[in-house]
Design a protein around this ligand. Structure first.
Ligand code: URA
Length: 223
């Protein structure tokens, strides 16, 4: 288990994110063996710890989120905060057991900006998604999962390695990518955040539908 550092009051990012200087010690060419040693981008600097994926290696389905949130950064586990609670509900409604899926993130460190005492999520930059692909590739190589659920646009970009891919038009489809089936859907945080109840309900239903599809695809592959 990694030693935990308390969250810093000030991240190294500037508020716009446009003039970010990577903290000293960052090295995009680094090839670390252990996630906790990763300095491939600057996000390690302000995170408590790197958050690895969790779940059985033999899982037939891999769920990929964006990056750990505030709770995950402190716990060292993916999807244990509010987005994780919604994901648990959606898995239950889809008839897929969380214990049967491997859950991870495209980016393994929490990217945040301070607002008062709170640490507010910031969307990772493309270069951070690319730097962290090093770890996603390893997870994919070590996992038997042939069905991937991309939870949100960042996950979809990371899985397809395509920075310009648009999530909205691909929802409801199953994509074939490098011998795997990819099911794109909304990120659980989106379903929590949408202000009007009808849209919130539709986003949640789309997530449930994607997870149900993933369950059916995984079963069909093992028949
Ligand atoms: N959002 C994510 O994308 N991943 C988590 O682990 C938590 C929130």
């Amino acid at each position: 288990m990694t030693a935990r550092r308390p969250p810093r009051a000030e991240p190294s990012d500037d508020p716009s994110g446009s003039h970010r200087r990577e903290p000293e010690g960052s090295d995009p060419g680094q090839q670390p063996q252990r996630l906790e040693d990763c300095r491939r981008c600057g996000l390690w600097h302000d995170a408590t710890q790197a958050v690895p994926g969790a779940g059985p290696r033999r899982a037939r389905i891999m769920l990929i989120g964006e990056q750990p949130g505030d709770k995950e950064d402190l716990a060292g586990l993916p999807f244990v905060g509010p987005a994780g609670a919604l994901l648990d509900d959606a898995l239950r409604d889809a008839g897929v057991a969380r214990g049967d899926v491997y859950v991870t993130n495209a980016v393994k460190h929490f990217k945040w900006t301070p607002r008062g005492k709170r640490r507010m999520h910031k969307t990772p930059a493309q270069r951070e998604i690319e730097a962290c692909h090093y770890w996603l590739e390893r997870e994919l190589a070590q996992s038997g999962a042939r069905v991937l659920v991309a939870l949100g646009a960042t996950a979809l970009k990371a899985v397809l390695e395509e920075s310009g891919v648009g999530l909205q038009r691909l929802i409801g489809q199953v994509l074939e990518h490098q011998g795997r089936q990819v099911v794109p859907t909304y990120h659980p945080s989106f379903a929590l955040r949408v202000p009007d109840p009808a849209s919130r309900h539709r986003a949640y239903a789309a997530i449930v539908e994607a997870l149900r599809t993933a369950g059916e695809l995984a079963r069909a592959r093992h028949r």
